[in-house]
Write a protein that binds this ligand. Sequence first.
Ligand SMILES: C[S@@+](CC[C@H](N)C(=O)[O-])C[C@H]1O[C@@H](n2cnc3c(N)ncnc32)[C@H](O)[C@@H]1O
Length: 167
Amino acid sequence: MVKKLTQLYENYASSNKLFKMFSTLYYAPMVKKEICLGAVNRHSNVLFIGGGPLPMSALLLKRFTGAQVSIVDCNLNAITKAKNVIQESGVYIQVIHAYGQDVEVKDYDTIIVAKQVVSQDVVFKHLINKANPKTKIILRHRLQTHSLREWLSQATYQDIDVYASSN
Ligand SMILES: C[S@@+](CC[C@H](N)C(=O)[O-])C[C@H]1O[C@@H](n2cnc3c(N)ncnc32)[C@H](O)[C@@H]1O
């Protein structure tokens, strides 16, 4: 239900200036924390899984750090809208149409997985298996899978969970 509402909101907000501003206010504090957690800087290569039609997190990551940023989304409508929003913003962000559980991940320093991604635990297993061991993986929201949560014993940062396999 919340996932559907977020999707509806973002579809609308992607073409509305005022809603874009609200979204910036909502996402900015979270993105700043993630920049610290992922040690993201202008030399970093960052992947955001579940970018959505209004890829505000990716835009803020780019704006705050100058890092190379890519987003992945499995929904073609979200991809089309995201490309428009990114083009309007005047920055370069690569947009990939794929499922987070299938996408190529070996070249990224930091990978962030959106809260609304289905199924986060499957995507996480893909990242653990295929990403570089030094890649920092940041999962928004708490995982439902009990064993996986135990496995992720190291970290909680408010409602952001981090697993940095290099630690
Ligand atoms: C509503 S957005 C949230 C992200 C938000 N726009 C941001 O900037 O932080 C969530 C997106 O995740 C996408 N998504 C859900 N599951 C996915 C998966 N397994 N792989 C790729 N994208 C996924 C949905 O299509 C949706 O567009």
